[in-house]
Design a protein around this ligand. Structure first.
Ligand SMILES: NC(=O)c1ccc[n+]([C@@H]2O[C@H](COP(=O)([O-])OP(=O)(O)OC[C@H]3O[C@@H](n4cnc5c(N)ncnc54)[C@H](OP(=O)(O)O)[C@@H]3O)[C@@H](O)[C@H]2O)c1
Length: 289
C-alpha cells in the first residue's frame, strides 16, 4: 500500500499504472538544456518518486538533450518491473537550445536509438510522436508519414506502444486509423482546457490522456480562486490543481514535473485530496476567463 494509491490506476500501454506519475523534464539544466545545477538532487527526486510508488515516468532524449535520460538510468536502472517509462520523439534541440521539428525517417530512427541507449533499454515501453507543426500548440496537418515510420520501428520490436503529443482531435483520429494509440499527451490544466471534448472521447475508448504542464508549466498556475480553495482545504494551490485533474476524468494520468524532493512530496500528497463540489465550482472560472 502506497500513499498515492487513493488516486487510483489506469491502463497505459497494456500495463496498469498509478495515476500519479512523474515528469522528468525539470531534471535537466535551465531551459531544459545541459546538465542540472545539482545532479545529486535530480537523482534523489527520481529515487524518491519510485520509492513513493510512482510507476510512470515521462521523459525524452531531447531533454538536455540526453541528460535527463542518462540521469533516469543512473538513478533507477536496473528498473523495477512495474515501471513504465514513456518517452517522445519528433523534436531535436539546436545548439542554441531551440526546439526544432525532427520527424524525418532517419531522425525518428536515431531518436528511438538515442532513447534506448541513454535509458539502457532494449525496448521502449511507450513512445509519443510529438507533433511540431507549431511548437507551442496543436496545429492541423497530416501526421501519417512520421507515424508510419514509428509504427515500423514498433514492428521491429524497438517500441512497444505508440502515443501522440501536441495533436488535434483530427490528428488523433487519423493516427488511430494507422496505429494503436495508447495515450495522448497535450497541454491541459485548470487554466487551459481546450481538450475537454477530446478527454471525454478518449475516456470512452479507454485511452489515457496525459496532460503536460499540469501545474501550468514553467510559470506555475497563480490565481486567487485557486489560492482561496487551497487555503480552505488546508492544501497547497499545486495540490488543488492536481486533485482537480484527478477528479476531471478517470483516464487522466498525472506527470507533474519538479526538480525538488519537497515539491515532489507535496505533489504526490495530492492523491488523497478530495475536492468537494463547491471547490470545483469555485475553480470553474479559472479556465473560462
Ligand atoms: N509533450 C510535450 O510537448 C511536453 C511539453 C512539456 C512538458 N512535458 C512533460 O510534462 C511534464 C510536466 O510538465 P512541466 O514539468 O513542464 O510542468 P508542470 O508540471 O506544470 O510544472 C513544473 C513547474 O512547477 C514547479 N513546481 C512543481 N511542483 C511544485 C510545487 N509543489 N510547488 C511549487 N512549484 C512547483 C516546478 O519547479 P521546481 O522544479 O522548483 O519544483 C516547475 O517550474 C514534464 O516533466 C514533461 O515530462 C511534455
Amino acid at each position: 500500500m502506497q500513499a498515492i494509491d487513493p488516486a487510483g490506476t489506469f491502463t497505459l500501454g497494456g500495463r496498469t499504472v498509478r495515476r500519479l506519475g512523474y515528469g522528468a523534464m525539470q531534471l535537466a539544466g535551465p531551459g531544459v538544456f545541459g546538465p542540472p545545477r545539482d545532479r545529486g538532487a535530480a537523482l534523489a527526486v527520481l529515487r524518491e518518486a519510485v520509492t513513493a510508488g510512482v510507476d510512470h515516468i515521462d521523459t525524452s532524449d531531447f531533454y538536455g538533450p540526453h541528460v535527463t535520460n542518462q540521469i533516469i538510468r543512473e538513478a533507477l536502472a536496473p528498473y523495477p518491473d512495474d515501471l513504465v517509462i514513456v518517452t517522445k520523439v519528433g523534436a531535436a534541440r539546436g545548439d542554441d537550445a531551440s526546439w526544432n521539428p525532427a520527424y524525418g525517417a532517419d531522425q525518428l530512427e536515431r531518436a528511438v536509438h538515442d532513447n534506448l541507449r541513454n535509458l539502457g533499454l532494449e525496448t521502449l515501453d511507450v513512445v509519443n510522436l510529438r507533433i511540431m507543426f507549431d511548437v507551442h500548440g496543436p496545429a492541423e496537418g497530416s501526421i501519417a508519414e512520421p507515424l508510419k515510420v514509428l509504427a515500423d520501428l514498433q514492428r521491429q520490436g524497438l517500441v512497444r506502444h505508440i502515443g501522440l503529443s501536441n495533436v488535434t482531435p483530427t490528428q488523433v483520429e487519423e493516427g488511430r486509423g494507422l496505429a494503436e494509440i495508447v495515450c495522448v499527451q497535450n497541454q491541459y490544466n485548470l487554466a487551459h482546457r481546450d481538450d475537454d471534448a477530446l478527454i471525454d472521447a478518449l475516456a470512452e475508448d479507454g485511452i489515457a490522456y496525459v496532460p503536460f504542464f499540469p501545474l501550468g508549466g514553467f510559470s506555475p498556475l497563480q490565481s486567487t480562486a485557486l489560492s482561496d480553495v487551497a487555503a480552505r482545504l488546508g492544501a497547497t494551490p499545486m495540490q488543488v490543481a492536481l486533485a482537480w485533474l484527478l477528479r476531471r476524468s478517470p483516464n487522466i494520468l498525472l506527470i507533474p514535473g519538479t526538480s525538488s524532493v519537497a515539491h515532489l512530496r507535496e505533489n504526490l500528497a495530492a492523491a488523497s485530496l478530495i475536492l468537494p463540489d463547491d471547490a470545483v465550482a469555485a475553480l470553474e472560472g479559472i479556465g473560462r476567463a
